[in-house]
Design a protein around this ligand. Structure first.
Ligand code: SAM
Length: 322
């Protein structure tokens, strides 16, 4: 049986609180991949997380989706998770469009850090890429997050060839101006990303070389778990830029991420085609056992995937919990 004593290292749980999203990013999902799971009710989600926390140490929990902020009552869920996991880092990944109104409350309720997805600072291109999203709303969300005093705010941008010229330099300037770490993510051939991958993919090394041409030689910073990081001098202001390169430089070794989707299925890896249903039965008496069996299976499968899995699933990031 899986007991805390049998687990050597803590895990990082990514929790999809809904797979619905108010944007339709071209590299994420298509119209046809419309997602409808509102997310498990708070009580069911908390029951799974607390059963997991009795078996493994959860060092970090990230709320994601879909778009986590379209879930009604998210701050209350954050407060309950904070109570359940007082020592874990509580993080959220968001597209930022609804953050303006929610940032201060989320911070008050115990959210520690926030990652905001922002691929371009050009309003028309932003609208085109996101299926009609308003750049101003995201910029207001970034400002509100800064005012709310999160421990860390990061900006995430997917590298896309059609955006590249403006995307790289403008986003680095924006990051320098707002003092947020910027991370460029390689496009993955997953979900709708597979449809545009051949023409849109930019390897991280190519983007780094271009930034060197634009801003000069950067100082290399300590790596984070999945990104190489650099400090560029942007007209006298420091900009910290990371590169997450799951295609060029897969970071499976040492990966401790587990993903619980909006229906309560546990994925050992973004690329996994297998998942374990942990959603509690209505009558409940076996839910801890279900979590124990699913968690044990997912963790042992994770090691096998790291050694063998070479395919990307058609399922979108939004469906798994990005
Ligand atoms: N709605 C939230 C957001 O936009 O940040 C959270 C969910 S979203 C699926 C999480 C992250 O996945 C975003 O930063 C998005 O850019 C990224 N993403 C989605 N599809 C991707 C793909 N094919 N390749 C690389 N990143 C992708």
């Amino acid at each position: 049986m899986l007991g805390k004593e049998s687990v050597t290292s803590p895990v990082y749980l990514r929790l999809s609180v809904t797979d619905r999203c108010n944007l339709l990013c071209r590299y994420c999902r298509t119209d046809a991949q419309n997602l409808t799971a509102p997310g498990l009710p708070d009580e069911a989600m908390l029951r799974i997380v607390s059963a997991m926390a009795r078996l493994v140490s959860i060092r970090k929990l990230r709320l994601t989706g879909g778009e986590p902020l379209v879930r009604v009552g998210l701050p209350a869920l954050v407060r309950k998770l904070r109570g359940l996991l007082p020592k874990a880092e509580l993080a959220m990944t968001t597209n930022g469009t609804l953050l303006h109104a929610a940032a201060a409350t989320l911070r008050d309720h115990g959210l520690d850090t926030v990652n905001i997805s922002l691929d371009t600072t050009h309003p028309a291109r932003f609208a085109h890429l996101t299926g009609g999203g308003q750049l101003d709303a995201v910029l207001a969300g970034v400002q509100a997050a800064r005012r709310a005093g999160f421990e860390r705010i990061k900006l995430n941008a997917v590298l896309l060839r059609s955006l590249r010229d403006e995307q790289l330099s403008d986003l680095v300037r924006f990051a320098a101006w707002c003092g947020c770490e910027l991370r460029f993510l390689e496009l993955m051939p997953i979900g709708a990303g597979a449809l545009i991958y051949a023409r849109e993919r930019v390897p991280a090394d190519e983007a780094l070389a271009e930034l060197r041409r634009a801003f000069g030689h950067p100082a290399e910073l300590p790596r984070s778990s999945n990104s190489r990081r650099y400090r560029f001098d942007v007209d006298g202001t420091a900009a910290t830029v990371g590169f997450i390169a799951p295609v060029s430089y897969p970071f499976c070794t040492g990966c401790d991420r587990l993903r619980l989707d909006a229906r309560g299925r546990l994925y050992p890896c973004l690329r996994s085609t297998e998942a374990w249903d942990l959603a509690p039965y209505p009558s409940d008496c076996h839910s801890d056992l279900k979590v124990r069996i699913g968690l044990r299976a997912a963790m042992s499968r994770k090691n096998a995937i790291q050694a063998t899995q070479r395919v990307w699933p058609a399922r979108s990031m939004a469906a798994t919990g990005g």
